[in-house]
Design a protein around this ligand. Sequence first.
Ligand code: ACM
Length: 518
Amino acid sequence: MHDILKDKKKLTVAIIIIIIIFLIFFIINKIMVKKLDNQIVPKPVSCEEGEGKFILTKNTSIYVKGNTEEETEEIYKIAEFLKGKLKPSTGFDFNIIKSDKVLEGNIYLTTIGGEKDQGNEGYQISTTSKNVNLIAYKAEGIARGVQSLRQLFPAEIEKNYLVTNIEWTLPVSVIKDKPEYSYRGLMIDVARHFISLEDIKRQIDLAAEYKINKLHLHLTDDQGWRLEIKKWPELTTIGGSTQVGGGEGGYYTQEEFKGLVKYAAERYVEIIPEIEMPGHTNAALASYDFLNEDGKSKEVYTGIDVGFSTFKCHDEKTYEFIDDVIKEVSDISPSKYIHIGGDEPKNALEDDYYYFVGRVNKIVEKYGKTAIGWDPCDKSSDISKDFVLQNWSNKNIVAKDKGMKMIVSVAKKCYLDMKYDTSTPYGLIWAGYIPVDKAYKWDPTDYAPKDLIWGIEAPLWTETITNSKFMDYMIYPRLLGHAEIGWTTKEKRNWNEYKYRLKVQYERMKNKGINYYN
Ligand code: ACM
């Protein structure tokens, strides 16, 4: 009897302890999720929260004013973008007014009073119960600030249908912000599987909310050539006619590509085109016989092996062809950069490969652009520090010696096509599993000296990614972590605290219809 009573007492104590632990976690969670600087990904430089709130109503207007008329026009377009994002859920048809005489109850987007040390992308949002002032040094900073502003409203703001019975409030606060690195990229491989323009535009919209500012399009590979080249039409009619698994493939016309560049630019995202060579070129080799060593066109390829194809490295006809391609790409792509691939040159002799990337770099320079290439491009003695290295296999010793600018994309941390864990239904594992915490717990300086780092990029290769839902699943939520690594200083980042911010974003991602991995 005595023993039974003792056991009962122990059980009661254990239950009480479990309840207390649960309550502590519950309260910490509530506090963390409510904290203002946990509302925004990537985490801003500083957030000061005051008392009270600003309430958005049907009478709210968006005022815009730049230092010049041209700048006012640019900010006007950003205001239209903001209106487009707020209108579906609020139902409010905001007026946009070009004036700095801002009346109470309104939002003001301006570069007047912006400070040089905010840089191109920095901004400050000052919210009182009367007004919201978003001030930046450049219009681009206003565009980034507008993305933070969206995240300060209740998560329902992200729904694309009318939401009633909700107060659209912003907390009284001052948020100051600017990025750590100026290159924060997402790469989409549209060669292994053709991705529609509509799906790419959707990914641009989603990524821009997290201040991703570059979209690198991997436009050519063994399985497909996806960009029209007018002088060499069979690149797309033959080379673009299929994809992994033998589906029908596809390609973008030059007009479509220009439209995509414009769409991205309106969201302050720069498109960087990649024409991969000398390896990963079967689609071109299948399109034109003269590119082949034996003078015979290859069969189109629909598998996923790598390292079997190469351009001829000592044939002037090959370089004339590449010159035509680079010229046309330069004409339709406003970016200062063209990516020339250069990875996995397994089927070219080492010296031939070094000679090849040096020659192609010269062609890129001839058209006024700067080349970017995957490692080991840096090892060519014909490549100087003016070339940008995209470091994927963590081999950059020569680039460091030469003082080359680098984009850090180390596969074991950054590759979005790696599975999260054993239960991930698609993706690959050659660089290991990349769960959400592993994708977050790293810093670019783990892989390159700070002064050489231009930024980071997270690539999505599409061997197993056949549709928009799969893309969402592999990209989200890991891209939020990469966006934060690119934007927020190392000192301000911490996984234990980021977890709460990610939690806040889950509801928003759901409201936007993202098929994220939970
Ligand atoms: C790469 O993953 N081969 C750049």
